[in-house]
Write a protein that binds this ligand. Sequence first.
Ligand SMILES: Nc1ncnc2c1ncn2[C@@H]1O[C@H](COP(=O)(O)OP(=O)(O)OP(=O)(O)O)[C@@H](O)[C@H]1O
Ligand SMILES: [Mg+2]
Length: 285
Amino acid sequence: MVAFNEVTQVKQGEQALRQLAGELEQRVADRTEQLQCEIRERMRAEEEARQRHAELAHVHRVYTAGELATALAHELNQPLAAIGSFAEASLRRLQRGVVAKEFLADNLRQIGAQAERAAAVIRELRAFLAKNNSVRSASDVNVLVRTACTLVESGLRGQGVRIDLDLAPSLPPVMAERIHIEHVLVNLLRNGAEAIRDAAMQDGRIVVRTRHDGDALVRVTVEDSGPGLDAEGTKRVFEPFYTTKAQGLGMGLCISRTVIESHGGKIWAQAGTGGIFHFTLPLAR
Ligand SMILES: Nc1ncnc2c1ncn2[C@@H]1O[C@H](COP(=O)(O)OP(=O)(O)OP(=O)(O)O)[C@@H](O)[C@H]1O
Ligand SMILES: [Mg+2]
């Protein structure tokens, strides 16, 4: 009887062990599958972020080109002026009746070269502006805010700057060129982080707030714990090339204003302790 019981117990033990081994194997397989899924998801997110960075850089180039139209006009002015003076010199010689063939040929070659230079400037500008294929669509501002934060957060790691979100739930959609508005948000977030860094402040904090503003607007506020701006500063910061940074171009806020106003919204800075920037966007109908 005793021997029989022992054999039964051993068999039961073996069966329980086999069952455990099976379960363990299943768990390892499930976890491996889950990890593979997570890796695939992360790679996809990284690829998306890379693409978004490229698109944002493009938007920045396009707006900068707009603001730099004066510089381009200057570039074109030089070859055009040169063409004018070569043509005039040739004409004067012709009118006086003393014209060496070689002189005329040389002047015509110079005119051709200068015209080619002007054409190259125009070609470059057109190539520069060509890839502008974004379209306006009904967008959730909170989603745009989250995307912009994800884009700058990797750059803020190690700088001791934290971003907190205070987003109004169920905001009505706005009509927006998604990437352009994300570009504005990235500019504001970077400025906030740079203000905190330049003032060597500890435990920096940026808060992004979204609110339904009146009947027809959504308002976004980006507030940082940096030194902020005085009344004079709040006006000047939107001027092109206004910068207080060694590496700054002074175009970020000027471009942001162009973007927001082209959407029918407004952007402004508020004086006080801590940088405070607001912008509004009209609701999609
Ligand atoms: N959050 C802020 N707090 C304090 N000052 C700010 C803040 N944001 C902008 N400024 C001031 O406004 C100026 C203009 O900002 P803007 O973003 O247009 O240019 P930038 O940051 O200097 O250069 P970039 O063209 O690279 O963005 C800044 O140089 C800074 O003096
Ligand atoms: Mg800036």
